[in-house]
Design a protein. Sequence first.
Length: 466
Amino acid sequence: MTKHTRPLLASLAMLLASCGTTMDEASRQEHLKYAWVVVGDGGKPVARVATDYATCPYLTVDGADMRMTVRAAPGTAAQRTTASAAADSKPSNFPLTTCEATLPATAKTAQLGAKFLPLPKAEPQRILVLADTGCRLKKADNAFQSCNDGDAWPLAQIAATAAGMKPDLVVHIGDYHYRENACPNDIAGCKDSPWGYGWDTWEADLFKPAAPLLAAAPWIVVRGNHEECARAGQGWFRLLDTQPYSAARSCDDPANDGAANYTAPYAVPLGADTQVIVFDSARTGKAALAATDPQFAAYLKDFQAVAKLAAKAKTISLFANHHPILGYAPIAGGPPAGGNAALLSVAAQVNPTAYYPAGISLALHGHVHDFQAINFASNHPATFVSGNGGDNLDVALPDPFPANLPPAPGVTVDRITHSVTFGFMLMERTGTNWTFKAYTKAGKLMATCAQSLNKISCDKAGFLAG
């Protein structure tokens, strides 16, 4: 086969595949605005599409046609209480229909018309990790990021660079949406940006700039604090959440927030030897929780569920939640703060020594807007923070890092590798372990970390240490 015949054969294969596709008005390409795949409990892949047509399109899976079903119909939810003042909020308008279809784990192809959707691999080799990707517009903090400037808000470049690395899977660790309030007219960097919690903002903050990465691989989606009900929870449940959609879990009615702000943990297998455990910490606060607090009971139940998931024999468990438990938050002019006190207060009840349940080898987080790779001399799971995906970066952690400054009592840091540069992380399988590489937004290698059990060894120069 020559290099000239390969494109012709690929085009012919697409044509033959599309010949068997049932076409009707709902399936016409001009109605289908965005299509993507999320991966849920047990690795179940779910195809999604946002369409301006009332009826869902046909999806062709391995040559067989199936009509996608409506997940969420178009509509405008009445204005609810939000994290902002009522005068700086508005009803959330979703003019598009969200359709979905659960795909067989054995599916080889899935297509909408001539467009093929990315499907999970049984044993992914390359996994893209990022978080905190939206563009910040927040009146309370007088924070108005230049969303119109690709250097100041580089998600489009990050998505294009990362997609070019051909990942098998994407893990987004929360905070997709940041445009909460209107940009003042005198700030050119974000002038005319959509704002609020409706579709126009979700499109601007995620679906349009991240389109190459949504097309490149299926996504494991972790919920961040920006997706809690009083913020962008309505779009989270319509578009990304992997559980069935319902009025009680839509964030439309604040009376249901007590249930909708929490989701039970679940595991996604990455082959036979590794799994990601997804933990919803969207509603967690900053202060330690009393044992009598209802939130304490909710998170205690979730950590107990994690313990059962992580008890699976011969499996490396990666714990993925938004808020760092054994990471750091930089503070301008002062020493860094340690891990999330609310989660630590609950985790200490499950495992007072390690905090994490037995079986957790590594932890993946966002929330702090930098990159951190932390190895512990004590017996605690190595921790990564990959929250440098687009939102305003935090101040830098001190370098050299202060000695004897643990992220939690009883924890001893061996080494921390960190940077405060826009970018992402790539996990690459190396036998039964993984290598983690931190890249800048343009794809320049910043650090490489090799994993062995619950330890990592990193080198900022881009080469494996020792």
